[in-house]
Design a protein around this ligand. Structure first.
Ligand code: HEC
Ligand code: HEC
Length: 255
């Protein structure tokens, strides 16, 4: 009898521990709401619709969370993002927009606020994110790879939107809109720093997963990994600001 009770207590403790481990990974919605109200609401809005009071003054609008549409993902086109993708955005911020970095928040608060913003879209309750795309190791920046990347850029007609020199002035550039009806001009790639982070893997995933909610398509079905890496190096070559990444021997792989 005593043995049985002890055993069930042990089982119970085990279950509680396992439960809290899961909770620790997924974040707490209630605490996340407090973090959100304090730090995010002024831009992203109380309803999560991207219409906080500060949004009015911004040309690049804060994300409307209700559709579950996220631009920067490691997952394929059409998929929800992973929590780690949202964490990546919070850590880096979005360069050139009003979305700041949230490194100052502790990890726990970031996890909680991520759990909370997911509640704005019913998709997170019914769909699972797909497996992340596979990013093979960066073969390394070289002049030869840049030249091949230049040819890939021409072959896939990136210039239609991005312009021949990558300055965001292609023939279609000024007709583009995002899914929320806001005008959207492709970034000037010669200024350096794409929005979502400067690692070569950050650039690679842009054209393999596409930027959901924008006209920036996925090329995963047509672009081989070899061509995609050449394209990354070509994009890095457009801006002098990437020199530090090239020299640091950034080799890709998992973030
Ligand atoms: C000062 C305004 C501002 C504040 C405050 C702000 N954001 Fe943003 N956020 C933006 C803007 C603007 C964008 C859209 C940028 C774009 O699409 O280029 C954005 C986009 C995002 C995205 C979408 C990324 C993607 O892949 O599509 C997430 C997630 C996000 N913010 C989370 C947060 C969280 C969480 C907080 C609070 C901790 C927060 N933001 C606070 C302005 C803000
Ligand atoms: C139909 C128009 C269109 C085409 C074609 C297109 N892009 Fe884009 N691209 C965009 C737009 C619009 C953005 C900006 C999205 C944003 O900032 O929300 C963008 C953004 C990007 C970014 C920056 C992402 C970031 O995080 O800031 C890169 C890199 C990029 N495109 C590369 C390419 C490459 C390489 C090709 C060709 C293989 C290509 N694009 C083809 C429209 C296009």
């Amino acid at each position: 009898m005593f043995y049985r009770v002890a055993q069930s207590i042990l089982l119970l403790v085990g279950a509680l521990l396992a439960g809290s481990a899961v909770a620790a990974n997924t974040g707490d919605v209630k605490t996340g709401k407090l973090v959100y109200e304090r730090y995010c609401l002024s831009c992203h809005g109380a309803q999560g619709n991207g219409q906080g009071e500060a949004a009015e003054y911004m040309s690049i609008k804060p994300r409307d969370y209700r559709q579950g549409t996220y631009k920067w993902r490691s997952t394929p086109s059409g998929s929800l993002p992973l929590d780690s993708d949202l964490e990546h955005t919070l850590l880096n911020g979005l360069y050139g927009t009003y979305m700041p970095t949230w490194r100052a928040l502790d990890e726990r608060s970031r996890r909680d606020v991520i759990a909370y913003i997911k509640t704005f879209s019913p998709r997170f309750g019914t769909e699972k994110p797909q497996d992340p795309i596979i990013i093979p190791p960066d073969p390394g920046y070289s002049v030869a790879s840049v030249a091949r990347g230049d040819a890939v850029y021409k072959k896939y007609n990136c210039a239609q939107c991005h312009g021949a020199g990558g300055q965001g002035d292609g023939p279609s550039a000024h007709e583009l809109k995002d899914d929320w009806g806001n005008g959207l001009v492709p970034y000037d790639l010669t200024k350096g720093h794409v929005k979502c982070g400067d690692k070569s893997t950050d650039i690679y995933r842009v054209f393999m997963s596409g930027l959901a909610g924008t006209p920036m398509p996925t090329f995963a079905d047509s672009l081989s990994p070899v061509d995609a890496w050449d394209l990354v190096h070509f994009i890095q070559s457009l801006s002098p600001l990437y020199a530090k990444n090239m020299a640091s021997g950034e080799t890709g792989g998992a973030r």
